[in-house]
Design a protein around this ligand. Structure first.
Ligand code: SF4
Length: 274
């Protein structure tokens, strides 16, 4: 099997497939109107727009109705894993006495999938041992945990696992920055709404930065780290993100861009990018 075929298979598994889920994100999670969802709602309560067959009643109008929270959300494929594998096709509607358990399991599996996404990318970026081996071990451990029975998933020590994964990811970030620049590129303290059009952001660490509504049209992001950055309404039109690191589908969905924006291999163009 060719390398790109292996990669295709790995990344395909990390893509959300709502047709194999039971509207878990639209039901299990708490969300609020101010974050771009239809209405404030408690966790475990189905969204007012969720249909009986788990499709969204306003799916084609999400952009028009400014449902930015819905557009920006991505479960990394956790929803179909919980519905099809862990509960073998049974949904919270089929077994209502277990609905709370299903929602709690989804929240944990989502967090595990999010960590796995970063680990898979980290593993593909580095060759240094023993770090690569320890990341691959963390991925295997993650896959096993996501196949556990619900009671075992609920009793996982997620924080302990997350801590180990974070340690490895920090080392990867450090190595990446060393390979691009001798020291970390200094980045502005504040990006909110700023104009950075045409800037070379290569090698910058934008982890957890608030990039909301910043303008990065025609900018370059070679080896730029996006771990946990807030990209709501960030403008990436005509920008080159093809070698951006730890950029997720949710971050891309929440941002603005166009068909000239170059994206990393594993990410899809949001339907809102024309
Ligand atoms: S509006 Fe649609 S996508 Fe958004 S939470 Fe409700 S059902 Fe889900």
């Amino acid at each position: 099997m060719m390398i790109h075929e292996i990669n295709d298979k790995i990344w395909e598994h990390m893509k959300s497939d709502c047709s194999k889920c039971s509207g878990l994100c639209c039901t299990a999670l708490f969300f609020s109107k101010t974050d771009g969802f239809p209405k404030d709602k408690a966790s475990g309560q189905p969204c007012i727009n969720l249909l009986k067959d788990y499709r969204c009643k306003i799916h084609s109008q999400l952009e028009k109705q400014k449902m930015k929270g819905c557009i920006g959300y991505d479960c990394f494929g956790a929803g179909q894993q919980v519905t099809q594998v862990i509960y073998q096709g049974q949904t919270w509607n089929d077994i209502p006495n277990q609905s709370t358990e299903i929602f709690d399991v989804f929240v944990i599996v989502f967090k595990l999938y999010q960590i796995r996404y970063y680990l898979i990318e980290a593993s593909s970026l580095i060759s240094a041992q023993p770090l690569k081996k320890s990341i691959q071990y963390l991925i295997e451990e993650n896959i096993k945990m996501c196949h556990y029975r619900p009671d075992s998933i609920l009793s996982l020590d997620l924080e302990e696992y997350r801590h180990r994964a974070n340690q490895s990811l920090k080392q990867v970030c450090k190595l990446l920055q060393q390979s691009i620049h001798s020291e970390s590129k200094k980045v502005p303290a504040n990006f909110l709404g700023g104009n950075f059009r045409g800037q070379d952001m290569s090698g910058a660490d934008l982890s957890t930065k608030l990039l909301i509504a910043a303008n990065f049209e025609k900018s370059l992001f070679k080896g730029t780290i996006f771990l946990g950055a807030d990209t709501r309404d960030t403008n990436f039109s005509d920008a080159d993100l093809s070698e951006a690191v730890f950029l997720t589908q949710g971050q891309v969905n929440a941002a603005k861009g166009n068909r000239n924006t170059k994206l990393p291999y594993q990410l899809d163009y949001p339907p809102t990018w024309k």
